[in-house]
Design a protein around this ligand. Structure first.
Ligand SMILES: *Cc1c(COP(=O)(O)O)cnc(C)c1O
Length: 339
């Protein structure tokens, strides 16, 4: 039994999901003639109460398209210092859009309206880049699966409106937030100009994200996706995996969240653990006391068939997911308790 807690992207499509993909009705999506892709785009847009959606091969491409949509070269965007768009999209913000990032020292990957307000450049001061976009992440990845309160998001939206800024949500794990906080997806749809949502993380599909926005914005996104090389043909087979995940796997996220909390509870009792960050969803970040080496600890777990990883600054991370099952969980809890 190999147990992989490195990421929620390690899941493989189940037999049932593959069966559903196998039976998908497909067409050429470059001509917008793939009924399954069209269905997915419409379904996800409806869930968030937004006008339109566009299927992407990755969350990175969906985010990069959103940034391109809302900015001009030389502009600046505002994001938390842990933002995926800054750390893990290979410098695409500057490569694709010619945009710089103003990074904010947030809490667990989340920033406040007050902080956003303080970082907006004076539009009349032509020496500074023009601030045109705010990018938020929910749940936060490097922030440890933390979720925003709706009130804070509303306040950030007010600041954006006041200053004519666009607001994008990197919702790679928005499903986790919706489940954990019992929030209404339509409330997110009302606040954001664009939202990217992912199907290959907690929902267990092999590939795919959808970018949401109004009709005019998504029409422009279609051209940017083409520029980035993201126009696919019979992609309905992939969209079918996402549709299956929407139907069957959202309800399983509560199990991931419970297991992450139980892992945290075991770690909190260990004298070799220095700190365990609060667990709200499926990501658990902790650190060892200075006397212990991260790499030795990771290796020790590996010998017991458990993979976890280090995310820098002496932080270790475990991520629960669809393929991390109860038998594995029981084994990991016991193994940690005995160490
Ligand atoms: C994984 C992730 C993405 C990008 O998704 P890919 O499909 O891997 O490109 C974007 N944002 C966050 C917060 C993520 O965790």
């Amino acid at each position: 039994m190999q147990i992989n807690l490195v990421s929620d992207t390690v899941t493989k499509p189940s037999y049932e999901m593959l069966q559903y993909m196998f039976n998908a009705d497909v067409g050429d999506d470059v001509y917008k003639e793939d009924p399954t892709v069209n269905e997915l785009e419409d379904r996800v847009a409806a869930i968030f109460g937004m006008e339109a959606g566009l299927f992407f091969p990755s969350g990175t491409m969906a985010n990069q398209t959103a940034i391109k949509l809302h900015t001009q070269p030389s502009d600046q965007l505002i994001a938390d210092k842990f933002a995926h768009i800054f750390h893990f999209e290979a410098g695409g913000v500057s490569f694709n859009s010619g945009v710089s990032c103003r990074l904010i020292e947030g809490k667990r990957g989340m920033i406040t309206a007050e902080q956003v307000s303080a970082e907006i450049n004076d539009p009349d001061f032509f020496h500074s880049p023009k601030t045109s976009l705010v990018c938020l992440e929910n749940t936060t990845n490097l922030g440890g699966g933390a979720c925003y309160e709706m009130e804070e998001l509303e306040k950030i939206k007010e600041v954006c409106d006041e200053h004519g800024l666009k607001l994008h949500l990197d919702g790679a794990r928005i499903w986790n937030a919706l489940v954990a906080k019992r929030q209404n997806p339509k409330d997110f749809g009302k606040l954001f100009d664009t939202i990217s949502v992912c199907f290959s993380k907690g929902l267990g599909a092999p590939v795919g994200s959808v970018l949401l926005g109004d009709k005019e914005t998504i029409k422009r996104a279609l051209r940017i996706r083409k520029v980035l090389g993201g126009a696919m043909r019979q992609s309905g087979y992939l969209a079918a995996g996402a549709l299956y995940a929407l139907e069957n796997n959202i309800k399983l996220l509560t199990e991931d969240h419970r297991r992450a909390k139980e892992l945290a509870n075991v770690l909190k009792k260990k004298e070799w653990v220095a700190a365990v960050e609060p667990v709200e969803t499926n990501i658990l970040i902790f650190s060892l006391i200075p006397e212990y080496s991260d790499s030795v600890f990771i290796e020790k777990l590996k010998q017991k068939n458990i993979s976890i990883n280090a995310i820098g600054n002496r932080k270790l991370r475990m991520v629960t997911h669809l393929d991390y099952r109860e038998v594995m969980h029981t084994y990991v809890l016991e193994t940690l308790a005995k160490m």
